[in-house]
Design a protein around this ligand. Structure first.
Ligand code: 5GP
Length: 204
């Protein structure tokens, strides 16, 4: 039997740069995983192409997909639906290829419940590690601004609980490199590799 591909989920707080990192990963020729194109009800932005950037749907069409159980996960984000087509994900994984999802955090939580064996990567804003230094060294912000930043940081740190790996988005290049290295390492994990060797013995 063919070995299944790995489900890779990249998520993280809004505005952290998930889309930019995902585009950079898929612009590299040596990237071997497949991007799962999401469905959305938001209108295409300039230059976006249906079936390339997203599958653009009406709210009615999207709700029909939900009813039919055709989405692996979905979420409403800033007034629009976003979701992952389940058939594409399952078929691609079954064919032995890795699938890459770039989704917001509520969707990632649903995927974790359905695919606990997936690889969950949290893209963290560099502001988290910069925060402490800045607060100590500058001392120029008002207490309210400092408190606001601390609250945001606390929520972002709490979100990390669901994930296997945390990658700081300090530069896009570094983040891409780390994500690809994590995927490579995951393929070498004993639990994944050992079974292949055991299967080999059973053939005898
Ligand atoms: P944008 O409208 O900027 O393309 O995307 C808005 C947010 O939706 C981003 O955080 C992006 O990661 C997320 N997103 C894109 N596709 C999906 C999806 O299929 N499911 C979920 N849950 N979020 C998605």
């Amino acid at each position: 039997m063919k070995e299944k591909g790995l489900l890779i989920v990249l998520s993280g707080p809004s505005g952290v740069g998930k889309g930019t990192v995902r585009k950079a990963i898929f612009s590299q020729e040596d990237t071997e995983f497949e991007y799962s194109i999401s469905m959305t009800t938001r209108k295409p932005r300039e230059g976006e192409v249906d079936g390339v950037d997203y599958f653009f749907k009406t709210r009615e069409e999207f709700e029909e997909l939900i009813t039919q159980g055709r989405l692996l996960e979905y979420a409403e984000f800033v007034g629009n639906y976003y979701g992952t087509p389940v058939d594409y994900v399952r078929e691609t994984l079954d064919s032995g290829k890795d699938v890459f999802l770039e989704i917001e955090v509520q969707g990632a939580q649903q995927v974790r419940e359905k695919f606990p064996e997936g690889l969950f990567i949290f893209l963290a804003p560099p502001s988290l590690s910069e925060l402490q230094n800045r607060l100590v060294t500058r001392g120029t912000e008002t207490n309210d601004i400092i408190k606001g930043r601390m609250d945001t940081a606390r929520k972002e740190i709490e979100m990390m609980n669901l994930y296997d790996f945390i990658v700081e988005n300090d530069t896009v290049e570094n983040a891409c490199h780390k994500i690809k290295s994590i995927v490579q390492a995951e393929h070498c994990r004993r639990e994944r590799v050992q079974q292949r060797y055991l299967n080999m013995l059973e053939v005898e």
